[in-house]
Design a protein around this ligand. Structure first.
Ligand SMILES: CC(C)(COP(=O)(O)OP(=O)(O)OC[C@H]1O[C@@H](n2cnc3c(N)ncnc32)[C@H](O)[C@@H]1OP(=O)(O)O)[C@@H](O)C(=O)NCCC(=O)NCCS
Length: 179
């Protein structure tokens, strides 16, 4: 088996260089047609502003952030939104799973997902929820790794170049309940 060319770690704070690099990953994904909250073209200052907001959430403990790096720098990321209503202390939302196009289809998405699930356990979370473009690259990844498909919401969002896309909601329990 070939050893991975990247490493995944959790970060508790972001410096400006990391924010710029994460903005680059986000812009690359939007350029590639990923429906991840932004329209195309995504300007650098808007992408940087997004990651500054994420950095505030991470510093406040509202989010857990994982990053992946390869020999060229930061190439992937995923978040857990830990800030949930007081009656859902066991839940987190998985958000902004992004792999730069240069690093795709080598197992990094699966590695990020595994690391996010381990981080959720560390944070005492046993129920994870996410949504993904129906039938997209993310949806295939989640289904392959055992996430449970709840259902589709037609016309949920726009693709970055325009045109409505359906989203599929998934959940995963980390303590084996409800599966
Ligand atoms: C979804 C996403 C994170 C997947 O990242 P990835 O690193 O390519 O994921 P993986 O490499 O683990 O798996 C992707 C595919 O590569 C395949 N693969 C994994 N390792 C491989 C290898 N060594 N050789 C060949 N293929 C491989 C997997 O089987 C999978 O195939 P499939 O899509 O046909 O099922 C990535 O496509 C992405 O960032 N997309 C844009 C943003 C986005 O849509 N995010 C999801 C939001 S919900």
């Amino acid at each position: 088996m070939i050893a991975p060319t990247w490493s995944v770690r959790r970060v508790h704070a972001l410096d400006d260089a990391q924010i710029d690099a994460l903005a680059g990953v986000l812009i690359d994904c939007v350029d590639g047609g990923a429906s991840v909250s932004f329209m195309h073209p995504l300007a650098c200052d808007r992408a940087v502003a997004f990651w500054h907001r994420v950095a505030h959430g991470v510093a406040a403990g509202d989010r857990a952030l994982l990053v992946a790096e390869d020999s060229h720098g930061l190439c992937g990321t995923v978040q857990l939104v830990l800030d949930q209503p007081e009656n859902q202390p066991h839940r987190a939302d998985l958000s902004k799973m992004l792999v730069h196009r240069r690093a795709r289809r080598r197992g990094l998405g699966a590695a990020l997902l595994g690391a996010a699930e381990a981080t959720a356990r560390d944070c005492g979370r046993t129920l994870l929820v996410l949504d993904a473009v129906t039938g997209g690259d993310g949806a295939r990844l989640y289904e392959r790794l055992g996430w449970v498909r709840v259902g589709d919401i037609p016309g949920y969002a726009l693709f970055p170049q325009g045109g409505l896309c359906s989203t599929t909601v998934y959940y995963r329990t980390l303590d084996g309940r409800f599966e």
